[in-house]
Ligand binder design. Structure first.
Ligand code: MG
Ligand code: ZN
Length: 201
């Protein structure tokens, strides 16, 4: 079986609304507009979907691992109701300088680190030549760039503020999408292009 193209996907601010407190239960989960449709469309085009999320709230003691798992179950069920499944979710519970042992440590998995993306590629037979990273933070895109994925910054969550932080030249190179649905459209356009015509790689 040949390796599969993949979209790596951030969670908070990309798929669901980012809140001041980390989501702990179903009541805290609000899907961003059209985000489930976007995933369905990517799935329909044969892409693998791998969520990669930093959850330093666990290291900081703001969120218990069980609460994180409960929210993931809510996401899975909501997606399943629309006929969508993620291939996998990888998360980093660490923080380099805040919080408590054993999660307070420098790690390779916290984005912009690329350890989780590499692990996902290995465990799921992903084709990193045909990989995209969609997120609302520059560190999402940086993690993606480290494995050769093309990045798309969504303007939901922190995205708009993140884009403003960049100087003009850097901003010109950035691919910015209004939301996950618009990002999915860009991915599908890329995917349809012949490999030789692809941009940015
Ligand atoms: Mg985010
Ligand atoms: Zn980590």
């Amino acid at each position: 079986m040949s390796a599969a193209p993949v979209v790596f996907l951030d969670r908070d601010g990309t798929l669901i609304r980012e809140r001041e407190q980390p989501p702990r239960s179903a009541a805290d989960v609000e899907f961003l507009g059209r985000s489930i449709e976007a995933l369905a469309e990517l799935r329909g085009a044969g892409l693998r979907l791998v969520m990669v999320t930093n959850q330093s709230a666990i290291a900081r003691g703001w969120l218990r691992y069980e609460e994180f798992e409960a929210v993931q179950a809510v996401l899975r069920e909501a997606l399943a109701r629309q006929g969508v499944a993620l291939d996998a979710t990888y998360f980093c519970p660490h923080h380099p300088s805040e919080g408590y042992a054993p999660y307070r440590r420098r790690c390779e998995c916290r984005k912009p680190g690329d350890a989780l993306l590499r692990r996902a590629a290995q465990e799921h037979g992903l084709d990193l030549e045909r990989a995209w990273m969609i997120g609302d933070a520059l560190r999402d895109l940086e993690a993606g760039a480290r494995v050769g994925a093309r990045g798309i910054l969504v303007a939901t969550g922190k995205g708009e503020r993140e884009a403003r932080r960049l100087e003009q030249a850097a901003r010109a190179k950035l691919r910015l999408a209004a939301d996950l649905r618009a990002a999915a459209t860009l991915v599908l356009e890329d995917l349809r292009r012949a490999p030789g015509e692809r941009q940015g790689k």
